[in-house]
Design a protein around this ligand. Structure first.
Ligand code: C2O
Ligand code: CU
Length: 513
């Protein structure tokens, strides 16, 4: 069964209304529910899990400095939609099958509201994980305008809970952003990219057991999930009717493991204005956009003078980036279509700003400490592949314990074949460099012998980030200021099958002496 592409219009997630808003604070309640949703008009309805019962969840929009409280409520059924592997840390048989906890990705959040993986809770907060602290989370939003997103983070279940639909956008806005006169209102469109597979009855398909995995475990976690359809905002291969003018797109890769490398078949450029964590200094014109899981990009596309044209957004990033299978040009190579079919509703006075403001660049010599952390591939006791951080598992004692208000360099030494997007909670960082090294020599001696000169980050990465691609065979170095909170957080690979299966570590920010 092949679903017809560009059959359904792109849905835009609604902006969530607060329950209460005063000059002091804003209060939201967001309930996770199981519902049925039409993900393609040729498919029967799909059972999904959604925040407020929709997939993707509603968009939360806040101002810089707005004090926001959110009560995240779980009203999901007791049975999980998808196959649970009880050999995965934190997903033991004795625990409730349906557990949730919400992380605001990219938020500078106090530890008790950060969605620690062991701070999960069940329906009605009846059963709670060992790190559960409170029912109402607090976000102070002391951050400039940027694209955040919220998603599930329950220990041992994140890949399944997000696959079921638990993800949504969270925008911080401010007057600096408004002063640019960017395309806004109907001309600013969030695009949440994912891949999924379906059974013929429309239900979500997630492998119960990898073929030839030989582990004897059933259901068994897989090394990484790749679906055979691409969805944008919860629709398979949608189209968007646009006017001949500039549009701003807020892109998020919310896939489990798939990278996207996007191009426009019209040959047009994207004008990138922002990264994970705010604006670039200046816009850049780029022919293709690379997004690893959890990365965001803020881009403008100019459809002026394109009246009557249809423009297809294509993807050519292989699975197991960068070394896996190429995309199928008829399915996973297609993302969505723009149809420049709407009449211009008014003069387009929006601009691509020439300059968005200075970024305070951090220099390596301002760091108090450098940590070298290997990203390695091992085998578990069942012969399945297991990716580790610094050869440690989730339950090993904490080893990363930076001091609050200190700056550190973390250098990720990737000795395996996959590019891993590493995300550190609480902080934003800058990429210093990537550098090729002799992998075999490192594995034998634990010494780095560089084989090339330092490579500067891509132009698209020259801004603040919270997720960094760590390609195979390179040492990727980032510089991180740790503030303002002390307490326990996590850092991990954002390929969800990796983070669920040991490629995640707790870390602790210590009070300064
Ligand atoms: Cu987007 Cu720890 O997660
Ligand atoms: Cu990984």
């Amino acid at each position: 069964m092949k679903l017809t592409e560009f059959k359904d219009p792109l849905p835009i997630p609604p902006v969530l209304k607060p329950r209460w808003k005063s000059g002091e604070y804003t209060y939201y309640e967001i309930t996770m529910k199981e519902t049925q949703q039409l993900l393609h008009s040729e498919l029967p309805k799909t059972t999904i899990w959604g925040y407020e019962g929709i997939y993707p969840g509603p968009t939360i929009e806040v101002e810089t400095g707005e004090r926001v409280y959110v009560k995240w409520k779980n009203e999901l059924p007791e049975r999980h939609l998808l196959p649970i592997d009880h050999t995965v840390h934190g997903a033991e048989k004795e625990k409730p099958a349906v557990r949730t906890v919400v992380h605001l990705h990219g938020g500078r959040t106090e530890p008790n509201s950060d969605g620690y993986p062991d701070a999960w809770f069940t329906k009605g907060f009846i059963v709670k994980g060992p790190f559960f602290q409170k029912e109402i989370y607090h976000y102070i939003n002391q951050q400039s305008a940027r694209t955040l997103w919220y998603h599930d983070h329950a220990i041992g279940l994140t890949r399944l809970n997000i696959y079921a639909g638990l993800a949504g956008f969270y925008f911080i806005r401010n007057s600096h952003e408004r002063s640019f006169n960017l395309p806004s209102g109907p001309f600013e469109v969030p695009l949440l990219l994912q891949d999924r597979s379906f059974h013929v009855d429309g239900s979500l398909s997630y492998p119960e057991q990898p073929e030839n995995n030989g582990s004897g475990i059933y259901p068994s976690i897989i090394a990484s999930f790749f679906g055979n359809t691409i969805l944008v905002n919860g629709k398979v291969w949608p189209f968007l009717e646009v006017e001949p003018r500039k549009y701003r797109f807020r892109l998020l890769n919310a896939a489990n493991a798939r990278f996207f490398r996007l191009t426009l078949d019209s040959g047009q450029l994207f004008y990138q204005i922002g990264t994970d964590s705010g604006f670039l200094e200046r816009p850049i014109g780029v022919g293709s956009l690379l997004l690893a899981p959890a990365e965001r990009l803020d881009v403008i596309i100019n459809f002026s003078n394109m009246e009557g044209k249809s423009i297809v957004v294509k993807n050519d990033a292989p699975t197991h980036f960068p070394n896996g299978d190429p995309v199928d040009p008829k399915t996973t190579g297609i993302v969505m279509e723009f149809r420049v079919s709407q009449p211009l509703s008014g003069i387009d006075t929006s601009v691509i700003p020439a300059y968005m403001g200075p970024i305070k660049w951090l220099h390596a010599n301002t760091a108090q400490r450098q940590r070298f952390l290997e990203l390695s591939e091992e085998k578990d006791q069942f012969g399945r592949s297991l990716f580790l951080l610094d050869k440690k598992t989730w339950d090993d004692p904490i080893t990363e314990n930076p001091l609050a208000h200190s700056t550190e360099i973390w250098s990720f030494i990737n000795t395996n074949e996959d590019d891993h997007p590493i995300h550190v909670h609480l902080v934003q960082f800058q990429i210093l460099e990537r550098r090729a090294f002799n992998v075999e020599y490192y594995k034998k001696t634990k010494h780095i012998k560089y084989t090339g000169a330092p490579i500067q980050p891509d132009f698209s990465e020259r801004g603040w980030k919270d997720t960094v691609r760590c390609p195979p065979g390179l040492v990727t170095s980032i510089i991180i200021p740790f503030f303002p909170y002390t307490g326990q957080y996590v850092w991990h690979c954002h390929m969800l099958e990796h983070e669920d299966y040991e490629m995640m570590r707790p870390y602790r920010v210590l009070p300064p002496p």
